[in-house]
Write a protein that binds this ligand. Structure first.
Ligand SMILES: *Cc1c(COP(=O)(O)O)cnc(C)c1O
Length: 358
């Protein structure tokens, strides 16, 4: 069976060597006589996986002892709630930037917990963009400032993060570890795993430990970051197999190197943007300066042509190019594991399609 070029926005393409290794170990994990899925989460096989994934992320993110890593089920959407439940203490305000569909979901959850100030709103701007780092109307003494580093649906990405007095919190679901960044600028970073890190249903949370102390005493155990920190994300039975895949992906990222991934990601994105900008046929939907290197969004002259584009690409083994149902158009999601050859295939197809239909 041939693998296709998978442009899905999430769940998304995983490195082939990760899938092959998992297949190899699926039935009899490391000669233990059972699958890791059947193993105890307190046993030595899973223990080694758990320790390695955390050690690898500490390395990849260059974490100091001030930060903890939590592996939390429930994906990024649960983090929309856990962030305010833990950090937005009574009487305080949280500053949120609204940059689109994902940011507004984060806002909605925070509003259920406490007071929210919208520090900037570009959610409805056309072309789509994220706020400029210098343009935020911040609250003095805010509990924290929340940004969405990459809007996966619209394809707009922060290139420079704001400098804030209050702890900066970022939803990095769709661009974490796609580029180097300084984690020390942030109080908390979270990411649903299914874009750059592994399977869905799981979030990586990186938190400055002191922030976890804010949680109200009456907050339920499983909703408290403190529980995950104190119990090393093993208070309950974690999603062991998903964490195993995440561990293999982290190993692959370490081996490839973050700088190499970044260079590769920029090259991939630049090739598609160049194809978009070449003539008048394709039209990018994000403002220059905020164009995402992960989710490249563009339109064709008509919806009928867009539909035809997606259909023909699919026949050629390029899957998942249809834009999100809320915005239409085309979206090419090219996360870390997306191979450069797939980008070359798309770019040739774009030229061909334009020649025939332009
Ligand atoms: C995919 C995505 C989410 C939602 O992730 P779930 O794991 O489905 O909850 C949140 N934020 C961003 C930026 C995303 O791309």
């Amino acid at each position: 069976m041939a693998r296709v070029y998978n442009f899905n926005a999430g769940p998304a393409v995983l490195p082939l060597e990760v899938l092959e290794e998992a297949r190899e170990q699926l039935v009899d994990y490391k000669c233990s006589g059972m699958s890791l899925m059947e193993s105890s989460h307190r046993g030595k096989e899973y223990d080694a996986v758990h320790a390695e994934v955390i050690a690898n992320y500490r390395k990849l993110l260059n974490l100091s002892d001030d930060y903890a890593i939590c592996l939390v089920a429930g994906g990024a959407s649960l983090q929309f709630a856990m962030v305010p439940l833990n950090l937005l203490t009574e009487g305080q305000t949280a500053d949120y930037t609204n940059s689109g569909a994902w940011a507004s979901k984060a806002v909605k959850e925070a509003q259920l917990v406490g007071k929210v100030n919208i520090a900037a709103n570009t959610g409805k701007d056309i072309p789509t963009k994220v706020p400029a780092a210098g343009d935020l109307k911040l609250t003095k003494g805010a509990a924290y400032v929340h940004i969405t580093s990459n809007e996966t649906i619209s394809g707009a990405q922060w290139k420079e993060f704001p400098k804030t007095e209050s702890p900066l919190v970022a939803d990095m679901s769709s661009d974490i570890l796609s580029r180097p960044f300084d984690i020390n600028q942030f109080g908390l970073v979270y990411a649903g795993a299914q874009k750059n890190l592994g399977p869905s249903g799981l979030a990586l949370v990186v938190i400055r430990k002191e922030l976890a102390e804010r949680a109200p005493a009456k907050l339920n155990t499983m909703l408290k970051y403190k529980t995950y920190i104190e119990e090393n994300s093993l208070y309950n039975t974690p999603p062991c197999f998903s964490i195993y895949i995440m561990m293999l992906v982290s190993r692959w990222m370490l081996k490839t190197g973050l700088e190499n991934l970044y260079r590769r990601n920029r090259d991939k994105a630049a090739k598609i943007y160049a194809a978009i900008d070449k003539g008048g046929f394709y039209r990018g939907t994000s403002a220059p300066g905020c164009r995402s290197d992960m989710n490249i969004t563009f339109r064709l002259p008509s919806e009928a042509l867009e539909e035809q584009f997606v259909k023909e690409a699919s026949k050629l083994g390029m899957k998942g190019l249809k834009g999100h149902r809320s915005v239409g158009g085309i979206r090419a999601s090219i996360y870390n594991a997306f191979p450069p050859e797939g980008v070359d295939a798309l770019v040739s197809f774009m030229a061909e399609f334009e020649k025939k239909n332009g």
